[in-house]
Design a protein around this ligand. Structure first.
Ligand SMILES: *[C@@H]1O[C@H](CO)[C@@H](O)[C@H](O)[C@H]1NC(C)=O
Ligand SMILES: *[C@@H]1O[C@H](CO)[C@@H](O)[C@H](O)[C@H]1NC(C)=O
Length: 337
């Protein structure tokens, strides 16, 4: 009995938890891509996103990080931004130099590709977490954890040699720690303020159906396209009545050029079973008014038009016959009078 009560309570708590609206977070993600064709030819590019929106770009060779949004500078003063810019320029030069030194020391073969993904996230209670990951030749090798560098899981041996050297540079570690724990959360808080309107925008999806390439004799590939929505989370499913069709296959959510998203969901069925299927779309911008598109809906519409035209024609035909009949009768009618 006690167990049953406990289960009931547990189920209630689960339902309670499930009803909570998840808080949307906007992590700042900075991506650095450094390519070393040989010991003399290198380039480094930088990009930054807040949530789904690209906010900054730093092209190779350029002295300044370019804001891509009117609110990309957050609430930092020009002086603060200038100091940071200076710091990143020094970082870029030191980074390039360090990688070449490591290549010499560890006899690494060119071309070399190094990627850095770093940033932070601030939750509504102002708590923040951060990350700094480094990949070598496309493989995650080390991260900054707490206040020092640590190898990634299953990192190659060379990662340990690199980390031994990096962990001796106390000044660099303190700067990275400061950037990740103080500067990044402050910058993100400012961005959340200055970019609020655009970050919280809602753009409704458009949806349409098409027929995909035939998967085989007597079979159909139904395609449901959903495009132009923002933010990214979306739910698209092929349905028969209330029944979700488990065969529904979703593609990747792909970016449109206007900072909205595109997704397609396909379902393979026997040709005879397509009628009555519908594609259903749920998205925050629709405020509960789901989009539902029926397969063959356009055919039903065409038949409706056909019937309307037919009815009009019949009416016209009846009218003509009636008029002709009246004209024929009229003389005799007048004749009687
Ligand atoms: C280094 O790579 C660049 C770009 O691929 C190439 O143009 C250049 O000739 C190379 N230099 C040397 C010294 O190999
Ligand atoms: C979070 O920090 C901002 C400024 O940094 C402040 O305005 C806001 O009141 C803080 N929020 C909470 C919940 O502490």
């Amino acid at each position: 009995m006690g167990c049953l009560l406990f289960l009931l309570l547990w189920a209630l708590l689960q339902a309670w938890g499930g009803a909570e609206v998840p808080q949307r977070l906007f992590p700042l993600r900075c991506l650095q891509i450094s390519s070393f064709a040989n010991s003399s030819w290198t380039r480094t590019d930088g990009l930054a996103w807040l949530g789904e929106l690209q906010t900054l770009r730093w092209r190779d060779g350029s002295d300044t990080i370019r804001p891509l949004k009117p609110w990309s500078r957050g609430t930092f003063s020009d002086r603060e931004l200038k100091t940071l810019q200076q710091l990143f320029r020094v970082y870029r030069d030191r980074f390039t130099w360090d990688v070449k030194e490591f290549a010499k020391m560890l006899h690494l073969a060119y071309p070399i590709e190094v990627q850095v993904s770093a940033g932070c996230e601030v939750d509504p209670g102002n708590a923040s977490n951060n990350f700094f990951h480094v990949a070598f030749q496309g493989r995650h090798i080390l991260s900054f954890q707490g206040s020092s560098w640590e190898p990634a899981q299953e990192a190659p041996d060379m990662a340990n040699s690199v980390i031994r050297v990096l962990n001796q540079k106390q000044g660099t570690k303190e700067t990275v720690h400061w950037l990740l724990n103080d500067i990044c959360p402050q910058f993100v808080s400012g961005l959340l303020e200055s970019g609020k309107a655009e970050l919280e925008k809602q753009v409704k999806p458009k949806a349409w159906l098409s027929r995909g390439p035939s998967p085989g004799r007597g079979r159909l590939l139904l395609v449901c396209h959903v495009s132009g929505f923002y933010p990214k989370p979306v739910w698209v499913m092929w349905m028969r009545g209330e029944q979700e069709q488990r065969g529904t296959q979703q593609g990747d959510v792909l970016p449109n050029a206007d900072e909205t998203w595109y997704l397609r969901a396909t379902l393979e069925v026997a040709a005879g079973e397509a009628a009555g299927l519908a594609c259903q779309v749920k998205h925050s911008s629709l405020e509960g008014q789901d989009i539902i598109l029926y397969w063959g809906g356009s055919h039903a519409f065409v038949s409706l038009i056909f019937f309307v035209v037919l009815a009009c024609l019949m009416f016209l035909f009846a009218l003509i016959i009636g008029v002709t009949f009246r004209f024929k009768r009229q003389p005799s009618y007048q004749g009687i009078l």
